[in-house]
Design a protein around this ligand. Structure first.
Ligand code: RB5
Length: 152
């Protein structure tokens, strides 16, 4: 991280498989006061998830936004790409419990969702769980530091 990001800022990105759900999430979180940077895509042509995952991850890693939410068909491929960017801790979640836990225990700064896995209402619950949870620190900080050390 090169800067301290504004508290309620997030970046959204997806591949072609998740444009509708991504836009629905953008509206959902904007209504909660989040400042959303939706970096697309907006047209339905097939487009490779690694470039969209990496683009969102770089925004988070730069410190210009606090969190990233990314989507593809399963959420898996775009998560793998995001996690290649130093400083990123991204998990795929298909239910709210894991979304809360990756914040509380893993200090995740990105969330990935599969648009072919969960419907809109469940996706909103997952997003809300992620964005409302806080990192607990303590013994979890030691473990997160071990993850960070793997980048050295
Ligand atoms: C695109 O068809 C699909 O492979 C992609 O959205 C994602 O599920 C990959 O992990």
């Amino acid at each position: 991280m090169t800067a301290e990001p504004a508290a309620k800022t997030l970046v959204l990105s997806s591949d072609h498989a998740a444009i509708g759900l991504r836009q629905a999430i953008a509206a959902h979180v904007s209504a909660q006061g989040w400042q959303v940077e939706d970096i697309g895509p907006t047209t339905p042509e097939s487009t490779p998830y690694p470039q969209h995952g990496a683009a969102a991850a770089r925004r988070v890693a730069s410190g210009e936004v606090r969190f990233g939410i990314i989507l593809c068909g399963t959420g898996q491929g775009i998560m793998m790409a995001a996690n290649k960017v130093p400083g990123i801790r991204c998990g795929v979640c298909a239910e709210p419990f894991s979304a809360r836990m990756i914040r509380q225990h893993n200090d995740a700064n990105m969330l990935s969702i599969g648009a072919r896995v969960v419907g809109e209402a469940l996706a909103f619950e997952i997003v809300d769980a992620f964005l409302s949870a806080e990192f607990e620190g303590g013994r979890h900080a030691t473990r997160v530091d071990m993850i960070k050390a793997l980048e050295d």
